[in-house]
Design a protein around this ligand. Sequence first.
Ligand SMILES: Cc1cc2nc3c(=O)[nH]c(=O)nc-3n(C[C@H](O)[C@H](O)[C@H](O)COP(=O)(O)O)c2cc1C
Length: 204
Amino acid sequence: MFYETRARDRNVLPHDPFKAIVAPRPIGWISTRALDGRINLAPYSFFNAFSSVPPVVGFSSEGYKDSATFAVESGEFVANLASFDLMHPMSQTSAPLPRGQSEFEHAGLTMAPCRLVKAPRVAEAHASMECKVSEVIRLKSHKGEPLDNYLVIGEVVAFHIDEAYIRNGRFDTAGAKPLARCGYQDYSVLEGLIALARPPGAGG
Ligand SMILES: Cc1cc2nc3c(=O)[nH]c(=O)nc-3n(C[C@H](O)[C@H](O)[C@H](O)COP(=O)(O)O)c2cc1C
């Protein structure tokens, strides 16, 4: 099957398969604090890491949503790890609440203070990364037309890790059961790892 993006046959593929193909995607569960003190929390699966030294992560907002607004105006955000045990509260934090109404309260989650940024982290999350915004990129079409999509990039300046998930000096990724987003209404859970040493001389 081949189709140009604009010409998908909706009889054959009634729903856009894009997000089912670029899957699984890690979920950045983004907490922010506006300059006036309002707190926000929402999941973003257009989220990833872009560098390890220093660690840099980013999330992309389809429309200029509260998380992007608050992150940009404050220069800070927190990327919390979404895990299988927090699947339902995580989903609840994506509800479109009126601006300023706390998603923490709505989802029954606890705020814990950060050290280097003013936004709170999710106390229940097995790991959280305090981030300072380094760049905001408004995405463009291939013709250079500005899109209503905003990639907010930040350097991770501090980590919080639940010590229950540190084993033999490593973060126990499989034990933490991170949740990832697939297409449609689907998620996946990482529960097992496969180790493979890099070829000699390979970087990355
Ligand atoms: C698992 C999951 C992943 C999501 N990923 C994104 C995303 O990458 N970009 C986006 O704009 N919205 C995404 N959404 C929708 C936002 O979470 C939702 O619009 C939310 O209300 C935005 O909140 P905010 O305005 O408080 O930032 C996602 C929702 C879920 C449940």
